[in-house]
Structure formats: structure tokens, C-alpha cells
Design a protein around this ligand. Structure first.
Ligand code: GH3
Ligand code: MG
Ligand code: MG
Ligand code: MG
Length: 299
């Protein structure tokens, strides 16, 4: 499958209809077909889909029901749905729109028109995806930004509270970075930030862990389901990976290479608290790590 191409899911119980739409669209898009609601739901749940073309009259689960399902499920609700149906009453069409469909195409519509409408909707989808990416990622380093991190942290806090699980965070700050910028210039400074961000990403081995850029030269790591000793292991790995970068820093008083200081905080969330307590504690750890000589972590 070509990953640069957008992916369309065609859902129709009749093979001839699926094949017709597939022939119209397969040159420009990845096309996947499903012959039932059950299969359609399995597909939208398990892989990224950019657009669903949905038949209405189908046995077991009809198109309306499938659309309702897609639009109420948090993981799939933003996938655009277009009904493709022989039903052409205004009433059927308004039902389709009221369920959240973005368009309604009747089955006698010319192939060139279907193609054009699909193209428009997919273009809008592409633009929206880009805006979402820009709103969650830091422009310079490509890792998530603080706004997005705070959202995830709040969610993970609630989960840990519910499951009575540990949650750890780390605040990571580059040592003597002002000197680095002053000596090597901002372009090199930016390059250094990108390398550090990559090393941090590489240091996180679990899919649930995330690292974000928290401020100028400050990063934050969230480690769900991780007690203190686990967070310490990650901090050691981070320091190893940063020192392996071997970025010369002549004006660092720690050593001749770029280093970081890390404040670690671990908690089992409680009802009367919120995630700011973790940030405060990690901040205090970071402050101590700086005071005690930098290039170290405090947990
Ligand atoms: P410390 O060891 O106490 O952390 O000292 P420091 O010099 O790293 O700390 P300070 O907070 O005084 O300086 C942070 C510097 O980070 C200020 C600025 O020069 C640099 N900085 C912040 N954001 C950026 C950025 O986006 N690009 C570049 N190149 N530099 C940045
Ligand atoms: Mg049908
Ligand atoms: Mg700082
Ligand atoms: Mg610093």
C-alpha cells in the first residue's frame, strides 16, 4: 500500500457496487473494501482511514447504523463519511446528513462527479490533518508541544487515579544552554535542541511514554504505569543517550559536552490532587539537580 496516498474504505454488500467505486478511485487512492458493517467497523478501528463511502441498504447492520457507530466512537468520529445509495428521497438524504455524513451521492451519479466530490473531501481532510499536526507538535523539534502534553497528562492522571497506578514525570533542562547559544549561535542552538529531542525520544522504550518540549530548552517526559525506580532507569538511559551525542560545549562548567539535569516526580494520584503537584515536584527536583552541580537527576 502506498502510504503517501490517502485511504478510502468502500462499504457495500454488493460486489458489483464495490468494484465499480474501486475502479473509479483506485488509481489515485488506496482503496479497501468491506461487505458488511461488522467488517467496516473492524477496519476503521484497526487502521487509519481518510474517507468512508457507505452504502445504506445492507443486511444485519445498515449504513445509517454504521455511520452512527463511526460518529459516536471517539477513535473514529472524525473520519468523513459519504453515503452512496440508490435511495434518493430528500428524506433519506437529510437522515444521512443528520447522522454526521459529509455528503450524499446517489448511485446513478456519473463516475467523474463521484471522483470530483471525493477529491474535494479528501483535500479538506488532508488540510485538517495538517492543522491538527501543527497544533500538537512543536515546530522546531517535531515532538509534541506543551499544550498537547498537558492534555495527555490530565487524561493519564485520571486513568492512574482510577486504576490506582503510579505515574512519573521528568523535567529535563539543558545545562548552560544560554552559554551554548551565545558561543555557537542560535542556529547551532536550534540544531542542538533537535538532537536532544531525538535522543529523548530514543530513550523512551514503551509506546505509552511521551516526551514534549515544555519551554525553550526544557523538555518533559510522561511515564504512565511507572514507579520511581522505573523513572530512574529511564533518566539514566536519557543521560547516556545525551552524552552519546557528544555535542561539544566549550562554555559548560560541567564538562566539555552538552549535558542535562533532570527532576523526577512519581505519584499515585489521589482524589483531592491534580497533575500540577507532579510538575511542582519535578520542578523542585530539577532545581536541586542544578544546585547540586548539574548533569544529574534528582528523584
Ligand atoms: P542552566 O544550566 O541553569 O539551565 O542554565 P541555562 O543557560 O541553560 O538556563 P537559562 O534558562 O538561563 O537559559 C536558557 C536559554 O535557552 C536561553 C536561550 O538562549 C535558550 N533557548 C531557549 N529557547 C531556545 C530556542 O528555541 N532556540 C535556541 N537556539 N535557544 C533557545
Ligand atoms: Mg446494499
Ligand atoms: Mg531552563
Ligand atoms: Mg538550562
Amino acid at each position: 500500500m502506498n502510504s503517501a496516498k490517502q485511504t478510502i474504505l468502500i462499504v457495500d454488500d454488493i460486489q458489483f457496487n464495490r468494484q465499480f467505486l474501486k475502479n473509479v478511485l483506485q488509481d489515485e487512492y488506496n482503496v479497501i473494501c468491506a461487505d458488511s458493517g461488522k467488517m467496516a467497523i473492524e477496519i476503521v478501528m484497526s487502521q487509519p482511514i481518510d474517507l468512508v463511502l457507505l452504502d445504506i441498504i445492507m443486511p444485519t447492520m445498515d449504513g445509517y447504523e454504521i455511520c452512527r457507530w463511526i460518529k459516536t466512537n471517539p477513535g473514529t468520529k472524525d473520519i468523513p463519511v459519504i453515503f452512496v445509495s440508490i435511495k434518493d428521497d430528500p428524506e433519506d438524504q437529510t437522515t444521512g446528513f443528520s447522522l454526521g455524513a459529509i455528503d450524499y451521492i446517489t448511485k446513478n451519479t456519473d463516475a467523474s462527479i463521484i471522483k470530483a466530490r471525493v477529491k474535494n473531501h479528501l483535500e479538506l481532510k488532508k488540510q485538517r490533518d495538517m492543522l491538527i499536526q501543527e497544533s500538537i507538535n512543536d515546530f522546531l523539534t517535531g515532538i509534541p508541544n506543551r499544550r498537547y502534553f498537558d492534555e495527555i497528562l490530565a487524561t493519564k492522571w485520571r486513568q492512574a487515579l482510577r486504576d490506582n497506578e503510579y505515574l512519573s514525570i521528568q523535567l529535563i533542562d539543558i545545562d548552560f544552554f544560554k552559554n551554548y547559544n551565545d558561543f555557537y549561535g542560535h542556529i547551532e542552538g536550534d540544531r542542538c535542541l533537535k538532537l536532544v529531542a531525538d535522543a529523548l525520544k530514543k530513550s523512551l522504550l514503551r509506546p505509552l511514554d511521551i516526551v514534549a518540549r515544555y519551554g525553550g530548552e526544557e523538555f518533559i517526559v510522561l511515564l504512565p504505569l511507572t514507579p520511581r525506580d522505573g523513572a530512574i532507569k529511564v533518566a539514566k538511559r536519557i543521560q547516556e543517550n545525551i552524552s552519546a551525542l557528544n555535542i561539544t560545549h566549550q562554555l559548560s562548567s560541567v564538562n566539555d559536552f552538552v549535558t542535562v539535569s533532570i527532576g523526577i516526580a512519581t505519584i499515585k494520584p489521589e482524589e483531592n490532587l491534580d497533575a500540577t503537584i507532579l510538575i511542582k515536584r519535578a520542578d523542585y527536583g530539577l532545581y536541586k539537580a542544578k544546585n547540586e552541580g548539574r548533569n544529574r537527576f534528582i528523584a
